[in-house]
Design a protein around this ligand. Structure first.
Ligand SMILES: [Zn+2]
Length: 216
């Protein structure tokens, strides 16, 4: 049976794929409130796209999509945080106004080249300013995974893919390799838990009088 590759699956759902010039362009900001209708339309289309993608793929760590990825070169993106019932974050003209010095490095995936995953260093905390439909501005602080998701989308609006943020000499790995890495991690974790358990059982026995007596 032919398996549909993750990238093909996203392409079939209308996600613009790596190599398309629109992904390397800076998206045009909205002039709000004048561009109210255009901004609203872009956001609606992003939500429609997220719903379609969610039907074929589960995102345990949340997901996001930027307007250029659905062929609209305007500064709009939507991020869906992980967890059921979490409110989506709409980003219009987003920009990072402050970033923590502390960083961490985690695997990221991108719907525009979904066959691979790459280790990307990012600040652990950012302040993001966005424009509301009425033209007012809002600033919010985001941390860790959510900060990472939002930075990934803001990069799209600047015409940048996560590969540009990876450390030199580090390459993305295939999604199959990535899944194996996860498996190895969970095996190590369970082996460690097993050792800890055995150690505790041993200690408990060591403390019991019967055991002490038997050892004499
Ligand atoms: Zn992406």
């Amino acid at each position: 049976m032919d398996e549909v590759r993750p990238s093909d699956q996203m392409r079939n759902l209308g996600v613009v794929q790596q190599g398309a010039p629109i992904l390397a362009e800076r998206a045009r900001p909205f002039s709000l409130p004048a561009d109210h209708d255009a901004a609203e339309q872009a956001v609606e289309r992003l939500f429609t796209s997220i719903e379609r993608i969610a039907q074929v793929h589960t995102f345990a760590k949340g997901m996001g999509i930027a307007a250029p990825q659905i062929g609209i070169s305007r500064a709009a993106a939507v991020v869906q945080p992980p967890g059921q019932g979490a409110d989506a974050i709409v980003l219009l003209n987003p920009r990072v106004t402050e970033a923590a010095v502390e960083t961490d490095e985690q695997f990221e995936g991108c719907l525009s080249f979904f066959n691979v995953r790459g280790m990307v260093p990012r600040p652990l905390r950012i302040t993001v300013e966005t424009t509301n439909l009425d033209g007012t501005r809002t600033s919010k602080v985001y941390e860790r995974g959510l900060a990472r998701l939002i930075q990934h989308e803001i990069d799209h609006l600047d015409g940048k893919l996560y590969t540009a943020r990876m450390r030199p000499g580090v390459d993305p790995i295939s999604v199959e390799q990535y899944r194996q890495t996860g498996l190895i991690y969970s095996c190590q974790a369970s082996a460690q838990a097993d050792r800890l358990w055995r150690h505790q059982v041993h200690e408990a026995r060591g403390l019991s009088g019967a055991e002490r007596g038997a050892r004499q």
